[in-house]
Design a protein around this ligand. Structure first.
Ligand code: GLY
Length: 372
């Protein structure tokens, strides 16, 4: 069996690697360079609790399942690639700046025994840089983060090392459909025929020609700008991921990453002084001594957002074409479960998660295809 995957971000590479491990002949086509899109731009957070208010929702279940898979996933990537990817189960401290916020955190502990509410002084004992105006915090000990940039390169090595073919600088412009079935992907380098195709091109997933409109994933880019702060000489970084006042702070190497804005700005990845100001002010409100730190880097990435905010994981309305997109803020977190779901579908071993069926948008319009 031959599978072509469009997109060499964390999703495409993870799915390709799993399929290759199962003996499938896999080619990944990448419009630019592998792991250099949202995978590169993110903060590498594995944040099921922080990103999902309701653990019992379908997306919460997906998030918690993915997080539970991460320790083994990270170990396997490191073993297969021979590279370190900096997976760290640091825990997350979600700080409350008001008593109302603290009360909302207390309510969350009712259905999640992992979570613990901390007083302001206990939170400051864990992270001494926290502001005196912090009112309390929610401690989620199982949250983690990974060096997303190393991860992208390690996945390339794991995939290629397992015998997968990666073709970079090959933008797929269209799919060829014959008798209602996807039979080839066309790029500048030629026609790539396969038995099955997986569209995992992140924010670019909706740009491909040749498909009926209902088969195209209705995803659009949601821009996120990020900063990296460098400490003054001799000053230590926080040791946990910290969330507060609408930003997150992630220790990565000798820098503290601060993210992220949310903006519907098309495919623009330019950085702005307004975003730098917004991120800096919020980070400083959580940790005032950051005022003395230097902003060493500033970049932007594009998340794949979907109309209902849920990912699209599964078959399209065209036979032989599967979608793995719309991960929005959770591309790194979801990767192991996305690889499990998509490789399972292609191998004829579906594992459920019907809420994320990409055909739901066509169904809502009263139209379905041969796969429905
Ligand atoms: N996962 C964090 C973000 O997308 O900003």
């Amino acid at each position: 069996m031959k599978v072509v995957i469009v997109g060499a971000g964390i999703a495409g590479l993870s799915i390709g690697w799993r399929l290759r491990q199962a003996g499938v002949d896999v080619t990944v086509l990448e419009r630019a360079q592998a792991g250099q899109g949202a995978t590169w731009a993110s903060a590498g957070m594995i944040a099921a609790t922080a990103e999902h208010q309701h653990a019992q929702s379908p997306e919460g279940e997906l998030a918690y399942r993915a997080r539970a898979m991460w320790p083994d996933f990270a170990r396997e990537i490191e073993d297969s690639s021979g590279m370190k990817i900096g997976y760290a189960e640091s825990g997350s401290l979600m700080v409350a700046m008001t008593e109302d916020e603290t009360a909302r955190y207390v309510a969350r502990t009712a259905d999640d025994p992992e979570l613990e509410v901390l007083s302001a002084s206990d939170a400051r004992a864990m992270e001494p840089m926290l502001s005196d105006s912090v009112a309390g915090a929610l401690w989620a000990s199982k949250e983690a983060h990974v060096d997303n940039r190393a991860l992208g390169q390690a996945l390339v090595r794991a995939f290629v090392g397992a015998g997968g073919v990666l073709t970079v600088n090959e933008a797929v412009v269209s799919f060829e459909i014959r008798d209602g079935r996807a039979v080839a992907a066309r790029g500048a380098l030629g026609l790539h025929e396969a038995d099955a195709f997986i569209l995992a091109a992140g924010a670019w997933s909706g740009l491909i020609d040749g498909l009926p409109p209902d088969a195209l994933p209705p995803v659009k880019p949601i821009k996120g700008e990020m900063l990296a702060f460098e400490p003054p000489k001799g000053v230590a970084l926080p040791t946990h991921v910290v969330w507060g006042n609408e930003v997150y702070l992630v220790p990565r190497g000798d820098r503290l990453l601060v993210g992220a804005t949310l903006e519907d700005a098309g495919f623009d990845t330019g950085v702005t002084a307004a975003a730098e100001d917004w991120l800096s002010c919020r980070a400083i409100s959580v940790m005032p001594s950051l005022r003395q730190w230097r902003v060493a880097d500033h970049w932007a990435g594009l998340r794949p957002g979907s109309p209902d905010g849920l990912p699209l994981l599964g078959p399209s309305v065209v036979s032989g074409l599967f979608i793995a997109s719309g991960q929005y803020r959770n591309g790194i977190l979801f990767a192991p479960v996305v690889a499990e779901i998509l490789s399972g579908l292609v191998l004829g071993r579906p594992i459920g998660f019907a809420s994320f069926d990409p055909r739901r948008f066509a169904r809502a319009r009263g139209r379905t295809g041969p796969n429905a």
